[in-house]
Design a protein around this ligand. Structure first.
Ligand SMILES: [Zn+2]
Length: 442
C-alpha cells in the first residue's frame, strides 16, 4: 500500500532540527519520497495545518505495570526505594499470570501509540509466568502495530530456578521471530544479581548478539550493596563483568560518581533517564549533564507519553542548571531514537528522510505563534502534548487514525483489562512484602 501524507510541516530531524513543508510518500514500510510528490494512486492523508514528526521512542518502560493504575494498597507506606520494590512492584510482578502480562502489554502499548510513541523499549518481570512472556508482549504489541525492544528482567531475588528461566527466556526471544519486536538481555539491578547470574547475563548477551538492559544506581542502596559485597561501585562491577559496552542500556544512573560516569562515557553505553519516576520514588537527581550525549528518555512504567516525560525532564533539568534550554529536549528525544536505530540497525530510524522506516506522527497543532526549525524546541516545551496526536504510522502502517487505534477493538480489550485488573489486584493482595533485602540496607 502506498500512502501520501500531504501538505504538512515536516520535521525531518530532531537533532539538528530540520523542517520543511513537504509531502511524505510511504511505501512498503519506508519513506520513499519527500517534497512535492505526485502520486495519484496513493491513499491520501491530508496533513495540511499539521506538524509531522518522527515517532517518539520510550527508552525504558515497564508495560507490566499498566494494570497497577489505581490499585489498592494495604501495607505500611514505603519510606525507602527498596521498600517501594518490596511492598509494591515485587508483589505486583509475582501476581502476574500469562493473561495479565498480555493485557498489560496491550494496554500500555495502546496508550503509548495514542500518545505518539512508536517504539517501546520494555523491561519485563513476571516471576510466576516467565517462559514465553516476551512472546506474549510481542504479540500484544504486534496486534496494535507498535515497534518494540523487549527483555526479561533476570534476578536472583526469586531464587535460582527463576534466574535460570529468565536467562533462557532472553536467549530464546533474542533468536527472533517478530520483525517489530527485537530482544535485549534484561537484568534487574546489581543489588539483586549474584556474580554467577550476572555472568550468565553477559554470556547470554554474547550468545544472542544483544545488549544488556539493566537498572543502575537508581537508589543509593544499589551502590551500598555493590560496595559491601564486591568492594566496587555498580558501574565498575558491571564493567569488570563485561556487562558494559556500546549496546548496554543503563536505566536511571542517579547515584553514579565521576569515575562511573567516565566509564559509561568511555564505553559509549546508553543511559535511560526517567525524570518523573525519579521524582515519584524520591531517589534523587541523575547527573544527566555529565553523562553526555547518550542520555535517552524513558517513562519507567508511569505511562507511554514522551511529551509529558520530556517536558517534565526539561523542567527538572532546568531547575538544577539554568544553562539547560528547550533544545535539550529535542536532543534527548533524538538520542532515544538513535538508541532504537542502533538496535534495529536502521540508522535513519527517528528521521523523516527517504529510505527511513516510516515511523511518524501527525500532530494536529494549530499554534498561536509560528513554528520554525529555530523555535520548534520552544513549542515542544510549552505547547505540544499527546492531545495533538492525530495519526500514527509504524513501519508504514497507519496504527492510529483520527485519534483511534485502527487495528483493534479498543473498548472490548479495555473491558477485558479491567476484569483482569480486579483479579490481579486480588492475587496481589494475598502477597506480603517481598523478603529480599540488599546488603547494607540496614
Ligand atoms: Zn525501570
Amino acid at each position: 500500500m502506498t500512502l501520501l501524507l500531504a501538505g504538512g510541516a515536516v520535521v525531518t530531524s530532531l537533532d539538528p532540527v530540520a523542517m520543511t513543508r513537504a509531502d511524505v510518500l510511504v511505501r512498503d514500510g519506508r519513506i520513499v519520497g519527500l517534497g512535492p510528490v505526485d502520486a495519484p494512486d496513493a491513499e491520501l492523508i491530508d496533513c495540511s495545518g499539521c506538524l509531522v514528526i518522527p515517532g517518539n521512542v520510550c527508552a525504558h518502560h515497564h508495560l507490566y505495570s499498566a494494570l497497577a493504575r489505581g490499585m489498592p494498597y494495604r501495607l505500611e507506606p514505603p519510606e525507602s526505594f527498596v521498600q517501594v520494590l518490596q511492598r509494591v512492584w515485587w508483589r505486583l510482578d509475582r501476581a502476574l499470570d500469562e493473561e495479565a502480562v498480555w493485557l498489560s502489554a496491550w494496554s500500555g502499548g495502546a496508550d503509548a501509540l495514542l500518545a505518539g510513541t512508536t517504539t517501546i523499549v520494555d523491561h519485563h518481570a513476571s516471576p510466576n509466568a516467565i517462559a514465553g512472556s516476551l512472546d506474549g508482549i510481542a504479540e500484544a504489541l504486534g496486534d496494535l502495530g507498535a515497534r518494540s525492544v523487549l527483555c526479561y528482567e533476570v534476578t536472583d531475588r526469586d531464587g535460582p530456578e527463576r534466574a535460570t528461566a529468565g536467562l533462557e527466556e532472553n536467549l530464546r526471544f533474542c533468536k527472533g521471530g517478530f520483525p517489530l519486536a527485537l530482544g535485549m538481555v534484561g537484568a534487574h539491578a546489581s543489588f539483586t544479581l549474584s556474580t554467577e547470574t550476572l555472568a550468565g547475563c553477559v554470556e547470554v548477551a554474547r550468545d544472542a548478539d544483544a545488549g544488556i538492559h539493566i537498572h543502575v544506581a537508581e537508589d543509593e542502596a544499589d551502590e551500598r550493596d555493590a560496595l559491601a559485597r564486591f568492594g566496587v561501585r555498580v558501574v565498575e562491577r558491571l564493567a569488570e563483568a563485561g556487562a558494559l559496552g556500546p549496546r548496554s542500556l543503563l536505566a536511571h544512573c542517579v547515584h553514579v560518581d565521576e569515575r562511573e560516569i567516565a566509564l559509561i562515557r568511555q564505553t559509549g553505553a546508553w543511559v535511560a533517564h526517567n525524570a518523573r519516576s525519579n521524582m515519584n520514588n524520591r531517589v534523587g537527581r541523575a547527573p544527566i549533564g555529565a553523562l553526555g550525549p547518550t542520555v535517552a528518555l524513558g517513562t519507567d512504567g508511569i505511562d507511554g507519553d514522551l511529551f509529558a516525560e520530556s517536558r517534565t525532564a526539561f523542567w527538572r533539568a532546568r531547575e538544577a542548571d539554568p544553562s539547560v534550554g528547550p533544545s535539550w529536549i529535542l536532543e534527548r528525544m533524538a538520542a532515544s531514537a538513535r538508541f532504537a536505530a542502533a538496535v534495529y540497525e536502521e540508522p535513519l530510524l527517528g528521521t523523516i528522510r527517504p529510505s527511513a522506516p516510516a515511523d511518524l506522527v501527525v500532530l494536529a497543532y494549530d499554534p498561536p505563534t509560528p513554528v520554525t526549525a529555530e523555535n520548534l524546541a520552544g513549542h515542544w516545551a510549552f505547547g505540544l502534548s499527546a492531545r495533538h496526536v492525530r495519526d500514527v504510522l509504524v513501519h508504514g502502517d497507519v496504527v492510529v487514525r483520527k485519534r483511534r487505534l485502527t487495528r483493534v477493538d479498543e473498548p472490548e480489550v479495555r473491558a477485558r483489562c479491567r476484569g483482569a485488573a480486579a483479579e490481579l489486584w486480588r492475587r496481589m493482595d494475598a502477597l506480603e512484602a517481598h523478603p529480599f533485602d540488599p546488603e547494607g540496607s540496614g
